[in-house]
Design a protein around this ligand. Structure first.
Ligand SMILES: [Zn+2]
Length: 367
């Protein structure tokens, strides 16, 4: 979470690779994924049926949520509109699982003595036996009325900005679950031969149903969930006094952010940073340093956050990519960060890695 982000002060350069652990929103997953158990169908079946096991639900990839604190204190709905993932028991969902056979993904077991969000300080033992297991279920076949039978206050959070309202302690679990369910939603057929592929390994693999398929011989990345690396960079001017920001075509009016783009096959992180900035803004970039990363499960990106130094300052905006791009001085960036810019310009919220990259630039840029 942004508030936990820490960095060391700059020394010779405004750009430093910090040795501290930067924890972005949707990071710091409290679950132990227990990947070695994924092939053990007996263990999985037994675990699913345990009374302590929790199931989080998604409908059309929207998380089913309840107001923060309402699970622990039903009478205290949070006025902040923060949301927790709704959890239900096996007993609650048993008939739905039997009737619809939805995609179910094993997320892990609580591994930090406390469950995600959820139990309001209730402690559980750290042993595998006593720690609750967590699963994600595609509950798309449930109507909203059926979901409201679990809790009348349930809401389906929109992708953006709705997911920003998920409590930080639940956010990594949301990201893990949504990324996997989104993969199953998009990859129902074998990428090698086009036949139906079925779910294996507790939701972490799909197996082609064609016995002659090449994907069944050897290891193939088409059988496994994908992660798409994306670079996002805070680009400082040559004299380090200004920051390059852009406006995407679909951004809310007045919001500016760091430039970003997908890494292409056969491309390094550094080369992708330089290419994207050059393509979108015409600015040439020299030094690129890694800052931190953020999973972005819409559907499967990994945002690789970098701090970069420009070599040139002239801007030529690629209007097919961006609505606009320009340099902002330190004072303006501070105003945007604090939402007191005279023209109402602002930056993404603290949950976004772009916010953290800009914050880092503000901490380190020379006046
Ligand atoms: Zn196949």
């Amino acid at each position: 979470m942004g508030d936990k982000s820490t960095t060391k002060p700059a020394q010779n350069s405004p750009y430093v690779n910090t040795d501290d652990n930067v924890v972005n929103f949707m990071s710091d997953n409290p679950l132990n994924r227990l990947s070695h158990q994924r092939k053990d169908s007996t263990w999985l079946a037994t675990t699913m049926a345990k009374e302590s096991t929790r199931f989080v639900l998604f409908s059309n990839l929207h998380p089913v949520c309840i107001p923060a604190e309402s699970r622990a204190h039903p009478a205290k709905a949070s006025p902040s509109k923060q949301q927790h993932l709704l959890t239900v028991t096996h007993e609650n969902i048993k008939s739905y699982l039997e009737e619809h056979e939805p995609v179910v993904v094993f997320l892990g077991i609580s591994s930090q003595n406390t469950s995600p969000q959820g139990d309001s300080g209730k402690r559980s033992n750290s042993t595998q036996e006593s720690s609750p297991a967590w699963f994600a279920v595609d509950a798309t076949a449930m109507s909203l009325d059926q979901l409201k039978q679990f809790d009348s206050r349930v809401v389906l959070l929109a992708v953006y900005p709705g997911m920003m309202r998920i409590e930080p302690t639940d956010a990594a679990v949301y990201a893990q679950a949504r990324a996997l369910l989104a993969w199953h939603d998009r990859y129902r057929f074998c990428a090698t031969c086009g036949c139906i592929a079925t779910v294996e390994d507790a939701g972490y693999k799909r197996r082609c149903t064609n016995d002659d398929c090449r994907s069944l011989q050897g290891a193939h990345n088409t059988c496994y969930p994908r992660v798409d690396p994306t670079v996002i960079m805070a680009v400082s001017s040559v004299d380090q006094s200004r920051l390059l920001l852009g406006r995407g075509q679909k951004f809310p009016r007045s919001m500016w952010s760091c430039l970003a783009g997908f890494i292409e096959p056969g491309e390094s992180i550094e080369d992708a940073c330089r290419r994207e900035v050059k393509e979108e803004s015409g600015v040439c970039v020299g030094q690129v340093k890694y800052h931190s990363s953020q999973t972005w499960p819409m559907p499967s990106s990994l945002m690789i956050g970098c701090l970069a130094e420009a070599l040139t300052s002239d801007i030529t905006v690629d209007k097919t990519e961006l609505d606009d791009a320009r340099w902002f001085c330190r004072e303006e960036v501070q105003q945007m960060m604090q939402r007191r810019h005279p023209q109402g310009l602002y930056l993404p919220p603290k949950q976004a890695i772009a916010h953290q990259l800009v914050l880092q630039w503000l901490k380190t840029a020379n006046l």
